[in-house]
Design a protein around this ligand. Structure first.
Ligand SMILES: [Zn+2]
Length: 127
C-alpha cells in the first residue's frame, strides 16, 4: 500500500510525457510563457549581483562615484534606479548583450564598468 502514491506519480509523469510529445506547439507556448513569467525574477538576481559588486545588499544610487566635486553631487536622488555605464558605451553594450540585468544574471556579462544611478544622477553624463 505504501507504494501506491509513487505508482500514481509515475503514471502521471508518463501521461504528461506522452502529452508533451504529442503537443509540441502547446509545449513551445508554455515554455515561452514561463520564461516571460520568470524574467523579472532573473532581472532581480542580476540587479542584486551588481549591487553586491559595490558592497550594497540592495541596488542603491552610487552618486558618490561621480567625478569629485561634480555639481550633481549637491542634489539628492530622484527617480528610478538604472544601470549606468561608468565609461559610456551603453547603447552598444545593450545592443550586444540585451537587457544588462539579464545578461549579468545569466553570466553573459561581468559587472565591470557598471553601477546604479538614479534618474537624476545619470544626468552627469550630459554635462
Ligand atoms: Zn542618485
Amino acid at each position: 500500500m505504501s507504494e501506491l502514491p509513487f505508482t500514481v506519480l509515475e503514471r502521471k509523469r508518463a501521461r504528461n510525457r506522452l502529452w508533451a510529445r504529442s503537443n509540441p506547439d502547446k509545449m513551445r507556448t508554455a515554455r515561452r510563457r514561463w520564461s516571460v513569467l520568470k524574467e523579472p525574477a532573473i532581472r532581480e538576481i542580476g540587479r542584486k549581483i551588481l549591487a553586491a559588486s559595490w558592497g550594497d545588499s540592495e541596488p542603491a544610487c552610487r552618486w558618490d562615484s561621480l567625478p569629485w566635486g561634480h555639481p550633481l553631487t549637491n542634489h539628492s536622488c530622484f527617480g528610478p534606479l538604472e544601470i549606468d555605464h561608468i565609461l559610456g558605451g551603453g547603447h552598444k553594450d545593450r545592443a550586444e548583450n540585451g537587457p544588462l540585468a539579464l545578461a549579468i544574471a545569466r553570466g553573459n556579462r561581468s559587472t565591470t564598468g557598471l553601477r546604479f544611478l538614479c534618474k537624476l544622477h545619470q544626468l552627469w553624463s550630459l554635462s
